[in-house]
Design a protein around this ligand. Structure first.
Ligand SMILES: [Zn+2]
Length: 466
């Protein structure tokens, strides 16, 4: 399956609606002559004498971002070769063992096919950037990485793929720890395309090994000038030491901020932190701010709600927990976003690749029903997510402005019901509360319109080309 086709460069997008404004606007784009990269040059009031239909102007919002998604494990459940590995018990242990079994069967063509499914469904949702985890260990060796490098290159017009060299398995314990570490080091030497070092301290067999895992990843990322990303504290056991304290202490002692100023640290899952009291949250916030640490948290609610591992003694009650992302941002002034994590595999058999479905889920999970909440949830899967993975510096608002990258979605008033009736969406809240069908979203990536859907809407007067 080929990557999507994109139009020529857009000079302007005319007669659109911006959030919180009822009048029409034009977005004007300029391109640098050496890099060809586009920038929003101005946003000006629309001149209604222009021949552009503005009775129902499309709402325009920044494009979406996956801050945390597993490219190599996507849609294992949709590939016939893994039909014998569909969940039977639905437990975390089963997910680990079935996924290990599936991994031993991964081939490059299979990785490319499933990766393309994920990319196609993400791009058609409006995603233009993603942090993609690919595993490197003694089972898959460098296969997942090879497939990711191919996809990063093929899909570069549509989506910026940031590759995480990811140790899902132990690197400081178990009989394969040393061999896994050798593959990781080899990958870091051979692949300049790796942007991020990712590890999973909780799979190590002891707390000492987990701490070694954390220190190693931080040191290596600093030496190589890469971002670092942890699957951390993925439990709901109050008796277990929360490793976030050790991690923040290590970043501070090593001088991460002064020595690695543009590279960021991401902490994923962290369900154990949902048991923290107010004093502990304040302590996290103080530690991060006083030491100026570029740390973001990513809540992964579809996975967490499905299988955040409860302590054995409470297994009957099946408690669930996930990071309270909106409260972390508002009450504790932390940087936090939301990610899809997994689609179509034993860790998360439910949910789609569409980040707007996550934002929608957030309304219920965080009991966040105001319009301001909807704006924040949209940012968590869009501009905040892009900044958290280090692809943009600070624009965290969902309101487009001069100087922004022309990656955006036009929410069009198109009938997807087959009844000749369509309900227009005019606010961010309406988009988040009930995400409209993908077919109603026109994606502009780097100033070019995705024209793959085969209709002729790219010729509509709203789109003006260079
Ligand atoms: Zn993950």
């Amino acid at each position: 399956m080929p990557p999507p086709l994109f139009s020529n460069r857009l000079a302007s997008i005319k007669g659109i609606r911006l959030p919180g404004s009822s009048s029409g606007w034009d977005i004007n784009i300029v391109y640098s002559s050496d890099t060809c990269h586009g920038t929003i040059a101005s946003i000006t009031p629309h001149d209604s004498s222009d021949n552009v239909e503005t009775s129902q102007p499309p709402l325009v919002l920044p494009a979406l971002t996956h801050p945390h998604i597993h490219l190599d494990k996507a849609f294992v459940h949709s590939a016939p070769r893994y039909a014998h590995l569909l969940p039977l018990a639905g437990t975390f242990q089963e997910a680990l063992s079935f996924t290990t079994e599936a991994k031993s069967d991964f081939t490059i063509p299979d990785l490319l096919t499933r990766g393309e499914w994920l990319l196609a469904e993400s791009v058609s949702s409006g995603v233009t950037a993603m942090r993609a985890f690919v595993e490197v260990d003694h089972i898959v060796q460098l296969k997942c990485l090879d497939a990711a490098v191919t996809l990063k290159d093929q899909w570069s017009n549509a989506c910026e793929i940031q590759i995480v060299c990811f140790a899902q398995d132990p690197i400081f314990s178990s009989e394969f720890g040393e061999e896994n570490m050798r593959f990781i080091e080899r990958a870091l030497t051979l692949y300049p395309q790796i942007d991020v070092i990712g590890t999973t301290p909780y799979v190590e067999s002891s707390i000492e090994a987990a701490k070694k895992n954390i220190s190693w990843a931080i040191d290596r990322a600093m030496q190589l000038g890469k971002h670092v990303d942890f699957h951390l504290d993925y439990n709901l056991d109050p008796a277990k030491e929360a490793l976030v304290w050790y991690l923040l202490g290590t970043l501070t002692r090593r001088g991460w901020t002064t020595r690695s100023s543009l590279k960021r640290v991401m902490l994923g899952h962290c369900t154990r932190l949902s048991l923290f009291n107010e004093e502990e949250w304040l302590q996290i916030s103080r530690t991060i701010h006083e030491n100026d640490l570029p740390v973001s948290f990513v809540g992964l609610p579809t996975s967490d709600l499905y299988m955040a591992a409860p302590p054995q003694q409470n297994a009957e009650g099946k408690p669930r927990g996930t990071l309270k992302v909106s409260e972390m941002i508002r009450k504790y002034n932390l940087d936090a976003v939301i990610g899809v994590n997994n689609v179509g595999n034993a860790f998360t058999p439910w949910g789609s690749a569409d980040p707007l479905n996550l934002a929608c889920l957030g309304v219920g999970i965080y009991q966040a029903g105001t319009q301001a909440d909807a704006d924040l949830l949209y940012e968590c899967v869009s501009t905040r997510a892009r900044a958290a993975i280090g692809l943009s510096l600070s624009n965290q608002s969902s309101i487009m402005k001069k100087g922004d990258r022309p990656d955006l979605i036009l929410f069009r008033d198109r009938d997807d019901t087959g009844c000749g009736i369509s309900r227009p969406r005019t606010s961010v809240a309406e988009i988040v509360w009930d995400p409209p069908a993908r077919i109603t979203r026109d994606l502009v990536a780097q100033g070019r319109l995705n024209t793959s859907r085969g209709t002729h809407y790219d010729a509509e007067p709203v789109y003006q080309y260079l």
